[in-house]
Design a protein around this ligand. Structure first.
Ligand code: URA
Length: 245
């Protein structure tokens, strides 16, 4: 979140608290015995509203094909200098589920398509196990659209430079649910202090869309003990969508 958004979020949060307190005072004035609830913590809501407002105007005007075109020419961060292809996203344009990974690896960078390597084949099996597929009812993309050199972790400034593309993709595709894979998707969806080990399998809301996170397929390939929690998380997603498994 940039400094302007932070200031805006603080201002909004205070304004929402004031409205709550005025409403509580009013309730007490007409019913002195009432005990209005204390103001809830609205700071997260304020952050969402503040950052939503400042979506890059050029991006916010795009439909999906315009967005893909704009993204393919993006030079907002240093990854544009080393990428082969921008990996925008692929799949159903009216998806039940939007899957968000971390960022392209070597194969994805070569082909311009997300999750085409070993982790991708594993992901396709996960989706198949709950009757989803990228050809029919799922859309697959990443937090960042360009490959970091040597597959290093994406940097904060790269994630920040790319985030409006992903937000607009979500706005346009309006999935019934979001499945976040791994740490970076989890932090994008649920905030930068979220830990995948703590929040995986919890159904939360992201900008009004139900979202659930699980471990990244590459992490599961490294540690097969994670297969069991992933299967449990996937079953929760399927149950939420009413898909019998
Ligand atoms: N890992 C990701 O997070 N995304 C891809 O597209 C491929 C591997």
């Amino acid at each position: 979140m940039n400094e302007t958004d932070k200031a805006r979020a603080q201002y909004l949060s205070k304004a929402m608290d004031s409205v709550w307190n005025i409403a509580s005072d009013f309730e007490r004035s007409i019913n002195p015995d009432s005990k209005p609830d204390p103001a809830p913590d609205l700071s997260k809501t304020a952050q969402v509203i503040a950052s939503e407002k400042s979506l890059d105007p050029e991006i916010s005007r795009c439909n999906l094909s315009m967005l893909s075109e704009l993204c393919s020419k993006c030079e907002k961060c240093q990854l544009s200098k080393t990428r082969t292809h921008v990996v925008f996203g692929t799949g159903s344009t009216s998806p039940l589920v939007m899957v968000i990974g971390e960022g392209p690896g070597f194969n994805e960078d070569q082909e311009g398509i997300p999750f085409v390597g070993q982790a991708g084949r594993f992901l396709d099996k996960w989706l198949e196990s709950i009757h989803l597929s990228r050809d029919e009812n799922a859309y697959i993309c990443n937090v960042i659209k360009c490959r970091p050199p040597e597959n290093r972790d994406p940097m904060d400034e790269e994630i920040e430079a790319c985030q409006d593309y992903l937000i607009q993709q979500i706005n346009l595709l309006k999935p019934k649910a979001i499945l976040g894979l791994g740490r970076f998707a989890c932090q994008f969806l649920f905030g930068s202090d979220s830990k995948i080990t703590k929040v995986h399998g919890l159904l939360k809301m992201y900008r009004g869309i139900p979202a659930i996170c699980t471990f990244h397929p590459a992490a599961v390939l490294r540690n097969l003990d994670l297969k069991r929690p992933v299967w449990s998380d996937l079953k929760k997603l399927a149950a939420f969508l009413g898909i019998p498994v």
